[in-house]
Design a protein around this ligand. Structure first.
Ligand SMILES: [Zn+2]
Length: 148
């Protein structure tokens, strides 16, 4: 996978990453915004295919506004997004706003975390986590992906 594809945080156009680029400063070929905003994007029916097809693994936080543990986890998710992009991407799926996507991913409890890369589900986990445990889990997902 020498030239992975990922989406633009601003317009969700798929971009092919150049090997020479410092990924943190990479810009979208279409809208010229930074590819990696270092903050979670909002997953929706209109951008979900770009998110799922990203070769850079995408962590999706499935949540709802009435869910206490989800709200508690939200700042952890944002903090880890800040730290781990561009190695991973981060998106939030509001299960009330996007019930069709919640059904598609068979979300039965929230928060649920899904990790996709290249259109495949790599890992899934339910429940709020402290940042240290969340990062350790993501690290193990990345390591699994490398050895595959
Ligand atoms: Zn763009």
């Amino acid at each position: 996978m020498s030239q992975p594809i990922t989406y633009c945080s601003h317009c969700f156009t798929k971009n092919r990453l150049g090997q020479e680029n410092d990924l943190s400063s990479a810009r979208c070929g279409r809208c010229q915004h930074p590819l990696f905003a270092h903050t979670p994007v909002t997953a929706s029916a209109s951008n979900i295919e770009s998110l799922l097809q990203s070769d850079v693994p995408v962590v999706i936080d499935c949540w709802a506004s009435w869910c206490g543990p989800c709200l508690q986890f939200a700042p952890v998710f944002s903090q880890v997004a800040q730290e781990l992009e561009p190695r991973m991407r981060f998106a939030k799926l509001d299960t009330e706003q996007e019930p069709a996507l919640a059904a598609r991913f068979a979300i039965r409890s929230i928060p649920t975390l899904l990790v996709f890369a290249g259109g495949k589900l790599l890992a899934q986990r339910s429940g709020s986590l402290p940042a240290s445990v969340f990062k350790m889990w993501l690290q193990s997902v990345l390591e699994q992906q490398v050895t595959k």
